[in-house]
Design a protein around this ligand. Structure first.
Ligand SMILES: *[C@@H]1O[C@H](CO)[C@@H](O)[C@H](O)[C@H]1NC(C)=O
Ligand SMILES: *[C@@H]1O[C@H](CO)[C@@H](O)[C@H](O)[C@H]1NC(C)=O
Ligand SMILES: *[C@@H]1O[C@H](CO)[C@@H](O)[C@H](O)[C@H]1NC(C)=O
Ligand SMILES: *[C@@H]1O[C@H](CO)[C@@H](O)[C@H](O)[C@H]1NC(C)=O
Ligand SMILES: *[C@@H]1O[C@H](CO)[C@@H](O)[C@H](O)[C@H]1NC(C)=O
Ligand SMILES: *[C@@H]1O[C@H](CO)[C@@H](O)[C@H](O)[C@H]1NC(C)=O
Ligand SMILES: *[C@@H]1O[C@H](CO)[C@@H](O)[C@H](O)[C@H]1NC(C)=O
Ligand SMILES: *[C@@H]1O[C@H](CO)[C@@H](O)[C@H](O)[C@H]1NC(C)=O
Ligand SMILES: *[C@@H]1O[C@H](CO)[C@@H](O)[C@H](O)[C@H]1NC(C)=O
Length: 396
């Protein structure tokens, strides 16, 4: 009986250890799916710089498919993701028409029949309000918004498959708004908080507002985003809760902006984020500040904000949300004059944190050790009893 029990405990231990090691191997061996990335600035434009803003194109080629990431600063900053079922699809830009910003079809992905899906995120407006009563609710005390389409954007600063875009409004006293796009060729996790997990089918955008002089001492900010799609616009936000917050301490949620219906086998486009922003750079847990987001609302006419949207979509469907930074009781923007927030735009299954090898080891040790002790205790007692029983044997 004792032998059976001790075997049970050992098996449990072995099972955990085995599970842990196979899990960590699959995580650390890095033999996961990889895409081949290539980067082009202003594809087909005869010689830089292009007037009015840049267009970056990252091709991420898989076995049988391609993800085209297009990042553009003509008008409001926009990231367009086009998924095709061919590894040889291309992007064609008719520059004279593209620059006129009034002709749909001036940017095409060829062959058109290979397009599985597409969605874009437009960063449309930065809103500031005077939070006199520290309620963190943007109601009546809104200042005139900053329209990102009217910003002066510096040329894209490329490095590998990432791009840095910084700009400022004419009315900014100081400071700038920056967006950093990174396209990934394989799965991994960002080094910086909120340490989002990514796959080979996703890109990460970090947005930050640095050094802007606020218009009130108790200013807080909102960022308005538009999700533009053709047939499948992103129209609902899903909230996932997790009990494991090892990588983003104190944040137990992940939000996902998705199309209304589940798509077929190739999955749909998603925008994913954790509801946290940071008040300092580099981000730290202490300087984390919750974000809240409004429900997606159908929009009209917002597409015109972005040259890329006008050029690619004939009949765009748009939903907008507001993301607000900070909650009641948190320091106001003016204290650090810095704000950063990170999102993931990708296709397929959104990356989701599972219990990490570390947590699994802790669970195995935590559950296994008491059991081992119990069983060892049982074995000892049995052995002692046997030993004492054997003492009487000669009398028998
Ligand atoms: C790629 O396509 C070929 C033929 O169309 C098919 O046989 C193969 O299974 C596909 N590979 C993947 C990974 O989908
Ligand atoms: C686009 O704008 C240009 C001038 O800005 C104009 O000449 C042209 O007719 C316009 N095209 C369309 C389709 O509206
Ligand atoms: C996938 O590619 C084939 C050509 O290889 C095309 O005929 C088909 O329509 C494409 N499928 C979709 C869903 O676009
Ligand atoms: C702030 O609080 C005061 C007093 O409670 C109230 O009169 C005022 O309307 C509030 N302001 C805002 C913007 O809510
Ligand atoms: C481009 O980015 C790199 C690193 O992010 C930075 O060192 C460099 O100064 C930037 N160049 C320009 C022109 O802003
Ligand atoms: C604007 O930024 C510069 C450099 O970051 C800083 O020295 C200056 O004090 C700022 N101006 C205001 C009005 O905050
Ligand atoms: C969508 O798919 C997920 C998992 O793939 C499933 O849990 C969910 O019920 C589906 N929703 C609808 C509306 O089909
Ligand atoms: C964001 O908030 C502003 C101010 O309250 C409002 O005018 C705008 O319509 C909101 N946008 C969305 C997409 O809800
Ligand atoms: C990424 O895309 C490839 C090719 O479509 C697919 O095989 C893989 O499962 C996807 N990965 C995720 C995490 O969605």
């Amino acid at each position: 009986m004792a032998a059976l029990r001790s075997c049970g405990a050992f098996c449990l231990h072995l099972f955990f250890l085995h599970f842990v090691s196979s899990e960590s191997q699959s995580v650390f061996r890095g033999e996961s799916f990889r895409r081949k990335l290539s980067v082009e600035l202003n594809p087909g434009w005869p010689g830089p710089p292009s007037p009015g803003g840049d267009l970056m194109h990252v091709r991420a080629v898989g076995l049988n498919d391609t993800l085209h990431f297009l990042f553009c600063s003509q008008g409001a900053p926009t990231l367009l993701l086009v998924h095709t079922n061919s590894s040889s699809s291309t992007v064609e830009v008719d520059w004279p028409q593209f620059l006129m910003r009034n002709v749909s079809g001036s940017l095409r992905v060829e062959p058109e029949s290979s397009i599985l899906q597409s969605n874009a995120i437009v960063f449309s407006r930065l809103l500031e309000y005077d939070d006199v009563n520290d309620t963190a609710k943007a109601t009546s005390d809104l200042f005139p918004p900053y329209d990102l389409q009217d910003f002066t954007w510096a040329p894209l600063n490329l490095s590998g498959a990432s791009a840095l875009l910084c700009g400022a409004a004419a009315t900014f006293d100081n400071g700038s708004l920056c967006l950093k796009l990174t396209v990934f060729d394989s799965e991994g996790r960002d080094q910086m908080l909120p340490r989002l997990l990514h796959s080979a089918n996703s890109s990460q955008l970090e947005v930050w507002l640095d050094g802007l002089v606020p218009r009130a001492s108790r200013s807080r900010f909102l960022l308005e985003l538009q999700a533009v799609g053709g047939a499948y616009p992103l129209s609902r936000v899903e909230v996932h809760r997790s009990i494991d917050d090892e990588f983003t301490p104190t944040i137990f949620k992940v939000l996902q902006w998705l199309p209304a219906l589940n798509r077929t086998s190739h999955g749909s486009v998603f925008l994913q984020w954790k509801p946290v922003s940071y008040r300092r750079s580099p981000p730290s847990v202490e300087e984390g500040s919750p974000t809240r987001s409004s429900l997606p609302r159908p929009q009209r006419g917002e597409e015109a904000l972005s040259a890329l949207i006008t050029a690619f979509y004939a009949e765009p469907e748009t939903f907008g949300i507001n993301v607000s930074f900070g909650i009641s009781g948190e320091p106001f923007y003016g204290r650090s004059r810095f704000l950063s927030w990170t999102v993931l735009l990708g296709v397929g299954t959104p990356p989701m944190d599972s219990f990490s090898p570390m947590v699994l080891i802790m669970m195995a040790v935590g559950l296994g050790t008491p059991m081992m002790l119990l069983v060892l205790g049982g074995v000892c007692i049995c052995v002692r009893k046997r030993a004492s029983a054997s003492n009487y044997e000669p009398i028998n």
